[in-house]
Design a protein around this ligand. Structure first.
Ligand SMILES: CCCCCCCCCC/C=C/CC(=O)SCCNC(=O)CCNC(=O)[C@H](O)C(C)(C)COP(=O)(O)OP(=O)(O)OC[C@H]1O[C@@H](n2cnc3c(N)ncnc32)[C@H](O)[C@@H]1OP(=O)(O)O
Length: 396
């Protein structure tokens, strides 16, 4: 356990991975950046750390390292933490950048940080997304877009540059969006992705944001989040449709067993590499997959990580219908618009008649899978796989 905790701690590098180094987009924040000639106050500094999160364009690794070093110097003073090992590339680069600032006073580092952020903001001014609070469908981030039209509420995963990997915030936002969609006046609800991927599964950087309670606490809260997330799909009251616009990985595949219809482009693939990641099945797939495709085909996917083409997934019953990529969007939406005109109450009740007999069982399976995963996340097999991915040594 100490080894696992140590590796995670190194990954975090004293909070580095959850520090403002991560360039993600957040709803608008008021900014009061100081000009270069003025000294930066603590407030300016705090505003600048928020401003970094608003940058739409990734400023590149060199600038990110500079920002990181100045941030650490401004908040903690000169670098006096042990130098990471040579193989710990990411943290070593960060350590080097911080250490290079020597004994630069905290106040100067703060000022330089604010200046650097101001120059970055000026060069990407138009990229800041200002979303009036009243227009927001759900709080937290623009990595999820919810629209309602023609009787269809569509939840779109919107992190195309990260292949729509699911951050912790996105799990929460999807739950909120599903809760709202279950109650709104739309007839059906759709989950889809923006960009070339449907979803690359759990964002593996979720493993790096370790709370004060340590990795055990992280695994415990992760298991609660997973269970709550999957419960929302089990309980969703209306017809739920997946429009799989590209490859799908991990949890985005397993929960398809809880959807009522799955339409896929012929470019989509379905991949659940749990053993490769030292993990185990979730999303009730340990029950739904063997039930729909038989135990041996399910084992090929869930134990051996066999990646299915869209057509294979259709043959196995995971996908309802496959469409040529060139006509996918058009054909699917024409079909869904027609379905959405059917009487909504009849559709909702029919769905419930089909699904309700299994609900209790699914909840129990979900709880059990989440518990087992909690243990898996603490295993060396899992940690090694996550570290390999994050240090760019492995991908699927
Ligand atoms: C104890 C912790 C608990 C946390 C809370 C958990 C709550 C619920 C957990 C439910 C569990 C689910 C299990 C799973 O979903 S397992 C599946 C996990 N997914 C992966 O392993 C996929 C990893 N990604 C890849 O292998 C490849 O990126 C790809 C998907 C095959 C695509 O390869 P390609 O070459 O086309 O593209 P890039 O690799 O260059 O990707 C572009 C950038 O996107 C980043 N990326 C992609 N996927 C992920 C991901 N899943 N997590 C984090 N980042 C991802 C990739 O790093 C690139 O970023 P960069 O441009 O900054 O380099």
């Amino acid at each position: 356990m100490a080894g696992v905790a140590g590796r995670l701690a190194r990954l975090r590098c004293s909070g580095a991975l959850s520090s403002p180094l991560q360039v993600t987009r957040f709803p608008a924040l008021q900014l009061h950046l100081c000009g270069p000639a003025m000294r930066a106050s603590q407030k300016d500094f705090e505003n600048a750390t928020n401003q970094v999160k608003l940058l739409k364009k990734d400023p590149g690794n060199e600038v990110k390292l500079k920002l990181y070093a100045l941030y650490k110097q401004a908040t903690e003073g000169p670098c006096n933490v042990p130098k990471p090992g040579v193989l710990d590339f990411i943290n070593k680069a960060k350590w080097d950048a911080w250490n290079a600032l020597g004994s630069l006073p905290k106040e100067t580092a703060r000022h330089n940080y604010v200046d650097l952020v101001a120059s970055l903001s000026a060069s990407s001014e138009s990229s800041i997304q200002v979303t009036p609070a009243a227009d927001r469908k759900q709080p937290g981030s623009d990595a999820l877009v919810v629209t309602s039209q023609d009787g269809i509420t569509t939840i779109t995963l919107n992190r195309p540059d990260k292949k729509n990997a699911l951050t912790t915030q996105m799990y929460h936002d999807i739950m909120l969006a599903l809760e709202a969609a279950g109650k709104d006046d739309s007839a059906i609800t759709v989950l889809t992705g923006n960009g070339d991927y449907y979803c690359s599964g759990n964002d593996l950087t979720n493993f790096t944001d370790i709370p004060p309670g340590g990795v055990e606490e992280k695994a415990r809260s992760g298991a609660v989040l997973l269970r709550d997330f999957v419960d929302c799909f089990i309980d969703f009251p209306k017809p739920l449709v997946a429009v799989v616009n590209g490859p799908a990985v991990g949890i985005s595949v397993t929960i398809l067993g809880l959807f009522d219809i799955v339409y896929a482009t012929d470019r989509a693939t379905f991949h659940t590499p749990f053993s490769h990641l030292g993990q185990s099945p979730e999303g009730c797939s340990s029950y739904t997959f063997p039930k729909m495709m038989g135990p041996s085909k399910a084992t090929e996917m869930l134990v051996f990580g066999k990646k299915l083409t869209a057509r294979e997934a259709c043959t196995q019953g995971l996908v309802t219908e496959v469409f040529p990529d060139s006509t996918f969007q058009k054909e699917v939406w024409v079909r869904l618009k027609a379905y959405s005109k059917l009487p909504p109450n009849a559709m909702r009740i029919s769905k419930q008649v089909i699904r309700n007999t299994e609900k209790e069982k699914l909840h129990a399976i979900n709880a059990e899978e989440s518990n087992i995963l909690r243990e898996r996340w603490l295993s060396d097999e899992c940690m090694n796989a996550v570290v390999s991915f994050l240090s760019k040594k492995a991908k699927l």
